[in-house]
Unconditional design. Sequence first.
Length: 273
Amino acid sequence: MKILKTTKELIDYRKSFTCSVGFVPTMGALHHGHISLIKEALKNNEKTIVSIFVNPTQFLAGEDFESYPNRYEADVKICELAGVDVLFMPTKDEIYFKDEPNILAPMKQSYILEGYQRPKHFDGVLQVVLKLLNLTKPTNAYFGKKDAQQLFLIQNMVKTLFLDTNIVPCEIVRDEYGLALSSRNTYLDDKEKKEALKLSKSLKIASQEIMRGELETEYIKVTMREILAPLHVEYIEAVDRKFNKIENIELKNSIILVATKVGKTRLIDNIWI
Ligand code: AMP
């Protein structure tokens, strides 16, 4: 496995690939969610590039940018053992310039839910993903459904900027109790981990209600809120797959999303209905 730290090295090395290339962008502290994306990339492409870059522009002031988990050595081992061809680990100065154009995520879908709670977060996400896609020029790029709104906005960017990459959505990986894996789960103590299970539980009950024929969003939200209590809920929402809010669940075209604080840790989860 090649470990590359500069954009120049990556651009040069990428030129030697004349085959299909899979790309998995991450912020590191790799877990089985990331590994599932990497495995998909390895399976369907001749070469696989993984990036680890904790992107400063997608963090708000006061968020965990400075303390974001760093597992450098374990991450390198994981990628090596998985069979990754290139691990790209740039510094901030490799990626960002003093003067550069602003990328603004479309207002309509980026100022709700995650975007409402974290203003400008998606501008930072799109800015870095666009740069990484231009650097790696992948045939296929892999993103988790765990970050459903992010996935939608990236698909929208790729379509509207005519980028020549296929975006592959990947299923949410959970632990044996249902907790969606996240690098931020390492912040949780044992008691908080138990509380955190309420997110997936509320989504599971919501899907059971829907299977029983209960399609009214408001009812589903109230049911979920009862399960999540007394956690601080930032949002519970149902949207269609284009992130328009909906009053009734449309089967095969809806996503129910939840964000809560568990202690000081912010957790998100969702289910595709
Ligand atoms: P991150 O390192 O948190 O920026 O995540 C990198 C990629 O992994 C994103 O596309 C995430 O959506 C995806 N991802 C994170 N957690 C999971 C999970 N539990 N299951 C599937 N994909 C995930």
